[in-house]
Design a protein around this ligand. Structure first.
Ligand code: GLN
Length: 547
């Protein structure tokens, strides 16, 4: 049972404009509550009709975050996991598509006994069910945080807001809280903050029967006392609950800003939570270390969506965590793999101390990625291939070391003589796109006496997947003979999950997505060691230049 009559519900909505950082705000509030000894989970409600973001283009949606139990979810779930250090499940993200899907299924089964099926009450009831079922079944939560996607005033989020209104009434005001994240712009010409957009946004909320209890005011700099007083007065919120959410240079400072503004204490008081004194010592130490790096290192990421940084959100954050663990700042250099194809490689990698090729789909830019893997291999530059990045490393090695000139992946060349990366048997008959990849966590057995083993220090690990293609076991023996060894294998299916190069300072490929398991205070070992190797490469190169 995830909730009972003692569970409190905290709803977070956004106003004025999108991209105010509602996901980070929700995750930060989660951290503040967790640091007070409370059990909580966070549910993201997404207003779009897609069942999940798995079928959405990165141009539309950014990263698809895969949970341990194999759900393809919104990237905000990545923030939740990184901030509160708890695994999310498929029950932590609900879309309008899922809500309607299940209502329509019930209707077809005849569950509604001849009634007309309507938005109110059937869709809103389904939303309330999803809120009550959020998180893990075997945990009883003190608080369920619900983040509503979209901006107040959008047509598509109305059923969610109506469901929240009903829920607040049902559980009572002492057990529910509404937090509204809003924008308070500073108008330079007038030299002052403007509170009207916030007043209007709150007005829209109140029209649908929701009165915010706390206002988080996103602003560029310190919000003056007079503006806070005015916002409180016109939005019907006590001055102490009008809290500044000013811009900061690291998302990991947001919980600290919120704590400073009294968000944690206000929530605890209003919901009468049984909380202990917050302990943010480790978090503060992380932020402190992040702001004082002792070294910088440049790592190149070669991908297809390099202009859309949201597609690589978890990788970017993994580098922040791994950088701090190494007392360094990782500067990411984004390289378009198509440009590598057209422009030659040498000058692209000038000054780079590590190369990462992330996951990806489709043929565009693939030869540029293979060339990058080759370049790293031949120039002893630390290389980290993730999913597609491991597949291209194998294609390069087969072509250029094992002399299989026509080697390719079946995704890029379906009839190649050497399909070193091929479709899994179960995937050959799949016709639907949604939710049909190899998804979620699988175990992997690590070979002792390898770099991979040194990094993990464990015989068996679990990592999350999202792909259709696999290393073709027919070619593994040949690859191993020439020095590319399979260091991690799935014990049930015998599929190769990790490879490394023997004669290279640091060259590793993984079929899974380690970036999905990096946490702020528990950086992923692969990223941590990759950054360490890049720092070493950087130092050695500097020494060589100086001597
Ligand atoms: N396109 C490749 C596959 O489906 C790699 C997927 C990925 O990198 N996530 O196997």
């Amino acid at each position: 049972m995830a909730v009972n009559e003692k569970t409190k519900f905290l709803f977070i909505t956004g106003g004025v404009v999108s991209s105010l950082g509602k996901g980070i705000a929700s995750a930060s509030i989660g951290l503040l509550l967790k640091s007070r000894g409370l059990k909580l989970t966070i549910l993201k409600l997404d207003p779009y009709i897609n069942v999940d973001p798995g079928t959405l283009s990165p141009y539309q949606h950014g990263e698809v975050y895969v949970t341990h139990d194999g759900a393809e979810t919104d990237l905000d779930l990545g923030h939740y996991e990184r901030f509160i250090d708890e695994d999310m499940t498929k029950k932590n993200n609900a879309t309008t598509g899922q809500i309607y899907y299940s209502v329509i299924e019930k209707e077809r089964r005849g569950d509604y006994l001849g009634k007309t099926v309507q938005v109110i009450p059937h869709i809103t009831d389904e939303i309330k069910n999803r809120i009550r079922q959020a998180g893990k079944e075997d945990i009883l939560y003190d608080v369920v945080i619900v983040e509503v996607g979209g901006t107040v005033g959008d047509i598509e989020s109305l059923p969610f807001l109506e469901a929240i209104r009903q829920m607040c009434l049902e559980v009572g005001h002492e057990n529910s809280l509404n937090i509204h994240l809003t924008l308070v712009p500073f108008i330079k010409a007038a030299g002052e903050f403007k509170t009207k957009p916030t007043q209007h946004s709150v007005m829209r909320l109140r029209e649908i029967g929701l009165q915010p209890d706390i206002l988080l005011c996103r602003c560029e700099t310190h919000l003056d006392e007079e503006s806070k007083r005015k916002i409180g007065l016109f939005c019907n919120v006590p001055r102490s609950a009008v809290i500044e959410a000013r811009d900061v240079d690291s998302i990991y400072k947001v919980p600290l800003i919120f704590e400073e503004g009294g968000v944690g204490d206000t929530i605890v008081q209003k919901l009468k939570l049984n909380a202990v004194k917050p302990d943010l010592t480790k978090w503060r130490a992380f932020v402190e270390r992040q702001s004082r790096p002792e070294a910088n290192v440049k790592i190149a990421i070669c991908g297809k969506y390099v202009d859309l940084k949201d597609s690589y959100k978890s990788i970017i954050e993994s580098f922040v965590h791994a950088g701090v663990a190494n007392n360094a700042r990782v500067d990411l250099e984004w390289l378009d793999s198509e440009e590598i194809e057209n422009d030659g490689i040498e000058k692209q990698f000038d000054g780079v101390s590590g190369i990462l090729i992330p996951g990806g789909f489709g043929t565009r830019g693939i030869e540029g990625k293979i060339a990058a893997a080759k370049y790293a291999r031949e120039h002893s530059i630390p290389y980290f291939g993730i999913c597609l990045g491991m597949q291209v490393a194998i294609i390069d090695f087969a072509r250029n070391v094992c002399n299989m000139k026509a080697a390719n992946g079946a995704e890029f060349s379906p009839h190649t003589e050497y399909p070193v990366v091929d479709l899994m048997e179960e995937q050959k008959h799949v016709s639907e796109m949604g939710g049909t990849m190899r998804l979620g966590a699988y175990v992997c057995k690590i070979r002792r006496g390898t770099r991979t083993y040194d990094i993990y220090g464990e015989d068996v690990i679990t990592e999350r997947h999202r792909h259709r293609y696999e290393i073709n076991n027919l070619f593994v023996e040949e690859l191993e003979k020439k020095g590319m060894i399979a260091t991690g294998v799935n014990p049930e299916t015998n599929l190769v999950e990790i490879i490394e190069l023997k004669n290279h300072p640091w060259y590793l490929g993984v079929q899974f997505h380690p970036e999905l398991k990096s946490r702020v205070l528990r950086p992923h070992p692969l990223f941590r060691e990759f950054v360490k190797a890049a720092l070493e490469y950087h130092r050695n190169r500097q020494k060589a230049v100086e001597s």
